[in-house]
Ligand binder design. Sequence first.
Ligand code: MSP
Length: 635
Amino acid sequence: MTEKFYVTTPIYYVNAEPHIGHAYTTIVADVLNRFYELCGAETYFLTGTDEHGDKIVAAAEKAGETPRQYVDRISRLFRDLWPKLRISNNDFIRTTHPHHQQVVQLILNKVKANGDIYFSEYEGLYCFGCERFYTERELVDGKCPDHQTEPTSIKEANYFFRMSRYQEWLIHHIREHPDFIRPERYRNEVLSFLRDPLEDLCISRPKSRLTWGIPLPFDDNFVTYVWFDALINYVSALGYPEGELFGNFWPVAQHIIAKDILKPHGIYWPCMLKSAGIDPYQHLNVHGYWQIKEGKMSKSLGNVVNPLDLVDIYALDAFRYFLLRDMVFGLDSEFSEEALVNRINADLANDLGNLVSRSVTMALKYFKGKLPEPGPATEQDDRLKGRAITAVDTYKTVMRELGFHKALRETWEVIGDVNRYIDTMAPWVLAKSDRDRLGTVMFHIFEVLKIVSVLIWPFMPESAEKIRDQIGLESKGGPIGLEQVRNWGSLPTVRPVSNAPALFPRIETKTHARGAVKMESPETTESQPEIIDFETFQRMDLRVGTVRKAESIPKSSKLVKLTVDIGEERTVVAGIAKHYAPEELEGKQVIIVANLKPVKLMGVESRGMVLAAEDDSGVHVLMPDAATLPGSKVR
Ligand code: MSP
């Protein structure tokens, strides 16, 4: 039977315009939805806007509009933003839809018929910002923890939902289903709320105070409290109670929210569902908060206040990648443009972009874009293949557990592996010596590229499709499944490989002299813009050397000891340990300044220096582009 998947975002209040927090949650839902599509699941993805309540009325007044005009306008901003972020939602619900209102009234009647709604006089501390009553215990220094304002004491007759009746059931349900609320820290938080007796939930507001809401079906003098109204969107959008969508998708419902609305989703909602005779949702997935330090935004541009504007500046896929790569789902994260630019340059332009462009260039140069059938595989080929297939499996597991950063890390490890495979196999050498072997190597590179293009698709749909276009995979007609691509060699390359502009152009920043070739040695010297004559240059003895042995130096995180063959054996200490593991360097060819005055570093005498280039993405050791006789002079 086909697997089913249903994902929701919170329905966003229309009292503010969309910002990065809304974008993050919705992108997460989109990534997850696309991932389940890759798994072959039948998916349904819901988002929308929450349009009732005091806050909305206040915001409308402030804007000089009627509530209706106001909600229509702001809701449209959300609806128009999602296609721009390539959000693939199936529906967009608004709580002002008549159908939603009917379902809210139906559920209220059911809950009432079940004896769970009663009328009572209540005096309590009310926060107008949160639109809810607070208990003394919940206040911090007598103030609302979210708004830092003192709540107002209000005495009102209202309707209450007997939530307390479901406390024991809920505790039991959470204990029996360890992944009902995840990650675990939020499950624990809910369980800890539930250690104290649950108070009943006030679910109405008198119409005398608020008219912008759904009238209670059993008392027209009251409207429904926002949370009771809003939470029901998750089932009303599926056509509850009779709708086919409801039957298909409700049993597999997964909500995505941030920690700010944990209590309504982790406590009110399951109790409401239980009372209405509806099964609980399957998972509540809770993430942390993006913090934005004022003044941190847009160092380079000076005019961006809304991080969403960065989408237009740096391209959508880079933005989506950054959000999912930098935040560990469940924890808070700090947003900075600088971090975004670093990711673009290092992970996207350098690792992935270069991999695609060098592979495509080679396929065009050596085989005019049509790769031959591969010959027998070597141990190294099999190792690369094994690594890529394992990555697909790990990816599948961690994505289901919301480990987006892990899934990307795993994918980037494979990208690193294939980049190293290319360096080691040196197709440019094979092109002159062994064309059969060259074909096999290129086949392996392209098989991994196919896998990478599938793994990144949920995160960066546009770039994934561009890569497929370049490597000749047919990308139209929906995504290529994970099982399909895991089946090594089974996906035909339909069109010849073709070249295209760089996928992720590097972002120039003012702070770095990008690409300047530096002498990367223990004492790094910045290149000076001084003009030297040829004789001065010639005084440097630059040589090609093969690294025979690379060892870390105890107690030094920066230095690595290299034994380099430059016709004779040399010990050279290089400050590259943070960028290269010793085993990565062994067998590589490097460029050495051979006549540098010896120097002792951490007890090791260094006789020479390794050349490397440095940019934002790190340090890159210079290597000849074809195997060269050790000791050859560099001119
Ligand atoms: N209308 C309610 C939700 C009702 S759902 C039945 C609401 N709306 S909201 O507009 O305030 O949206 C809150 C949600 O926006 C958070 O739970 C989160 O998904 C997202 N975010 C808003 N700011 C955020 C950050 N700074 N960081 C991450 N996400 C945050 O609450």
